[in-house]
Design a protein around this ligand. Structure first.
Ligand SMILES: NC(=O)c1ccc[n+]([C@@H]2O[C@H](COP(=O)([O-])OP(=O)(O)OC[C@H]3O[C@@H](n4cnc5c(N)ncnc54)[C@H](O)[C@@H]3O)[C@@H](O)[C@H]2O)c1
Length: 365
């Protein structure tokens, strides 16, 4: 099989876990190269510790199988409350778009229909406006390209020094460029002024590294990273939600990093900023959905081949590439397609998630 989907939502005790073994043991060896295994689970029951134990067991099972299955195959767990809301998530996890997503636990909440369904399934973002920060190159450029390919009108935002690259990309994608340093105090207002019809998709991708061990890190290196990667994300999100610039049914996707989840020597500033993104997402998501009909999620890339990682010393770079279940680096398009799934109008039930795009990196597994 190219894919195996195991419905384990009814697993309520340890005995029932034997059925998980019985179902997958005979087929696991025959899953096609680059095939997909998706396990469906249920939310942990706070009133029933046997159910909670058995359902949490699925997490360790999924992550362990992801590490041993090999051959470009991925294994993920989807915890759902209502199968009807999981369509876009299953489409993503069963497709080539999720090639670098493995060992993840994704929670799908109750259905949310704040976003109007797309007119054409192959162009889900047609008629919608998406703004991507730091989009002149690297992951951001791939995100802008992927969203434009799905029909979105894109706004390519980057610093004034990168205006030419941003303009060239925007022209190619039929969008517009916005030369703006995202740390500017009035960035939110300037973005709002650039999108008169409001924003349907807001991607906080701009990010910087200024690596040094803490003992050698001057305050300026600390604050510049915290400002670009976290404070400006908080400021612009607050401004754009507060001014009603993010339309109902909107999608906000911020960029974390596995360095923020696992920690990384020489990156106390970067790790702090990216862990902060996870905190922002988890706290804001339920309120943003209830008050504005907007979902808030994050992608947490692992080792992705860009100019940022090309600057990493050779030995560490090669280790970063290899030390994951897929034994290779990811590409910007892997992050872009994960972002597109979170930005999809049918993904309203996916909220407050931090999804790693890291090939199941050994870092902070
Ligand atoms: N490449 C990786 O392996 C990796 C891993 C984890 C997380 N990330 C995150 O993914 C995002 C994109 O990374 P990338 O590898 O494409 O980096 P990159 O350096 O290639 O691109 C970052 C872009 O952000 C822009 N930018 C920086 N500061 C800005 C500011 N103040 N205002 C507006 N734009 C600004 C830059 O000009 C650049 O175009 C970042 O948030 C990064 O932390 C990357």
């Amino acid at each position: 099989p190219a894919a195996v989907v195991l419905d384990a939502t009814g697993v309520r005790d340890v005995d029932a876990l034997a059925e998980v073994h019985a179902a997958l043991h005979p087929v696991v060896r025959s899953v096609a190269t680059s095939g997909r295994v998706v396990v469906l689970g249920a939310p942990l029951d706070a009133e029933d510790h046997h159910q909670a134990a058995a359902q949490q067991a699925l997490e360790g099972f999924t992550r362990s199988l992801g590490k041993e299955i090999g051959g470009g195959r991925t294994v993920n767990l989807v915890r759902l409350t209502d199968a009807a809301a999981a369509g876009s998530t299953l489409c993503f996890l069963l497709s080539p778009a999720s090639a670098y997503v493995s060992g993840q636990v994704i929670e799908v909440g109750p259905p949310d229909d704040s976003a109007a369904p797309p007119d054409a399934p192959e162009l889900p973002l047609a008629g919608r406006t998406a703004l991507v920060t730091g989009a002149a190159r690297g992951i951001g450029a791939a995100v802008a390209e992927t969203l434009a390919g799905q029909g979105a009108r894109v706004v390519v935002l980057d610093v004034p020094q990168a205006e030419q690259e941003a303009r060239r990309l925007a022209e190619r994608l039929g969008g517009t460029a916005l030369a703006l340093d995202i740390t500017a105090a009035d960035a939110g207002e300037r973005i709002a002024a650039a999108v008169p019809g409001g924003l349907d998709v807001l991607i906080h991708n701009a990010g910087v590294t200024r690596d040094r061990r803490l003992a050698n890190m001057p305050a300026e290196r600390w604050s510049s990273v915290l400002d670009v990667n976290l404070a400006s994300v908080l400021r612009t999100t607050d401004a754009l939600l507060g001014s009603g610039t993010v339309n109902r049914g909107g999608r906000i996707v911020a960029t974390a990093s596995i360095a923020g989840l696992a920690g990384n020597a020489g990156q106390t500033n970067y790790g702090a900023s990216k862990a902060g993104i996870a905190g922002l997402v988890r706290s804001l998501a339920p309120r943003a959905l209830a008050e504005h009909g907007v979902t808030v999620n994050a992608v947490a890339p692992g080792f992705i081949e860009t100019r940022m990682t090309a600057a990493v010393p050779l030995f560490i770079r090669e280790a970063g590439r290899r030390m994951n279940s897929l034994a290779q680096g990811g590409l910007p398009v892997d992050v872009a397609r994960t972002t597109a799934w979170l930005a999809h109008p049918a993904s309203g039930a996916v909220n407050g998630q931090v999804v790693r795009v890291c090939g199941q990196s050994l870092l902070g597994a």
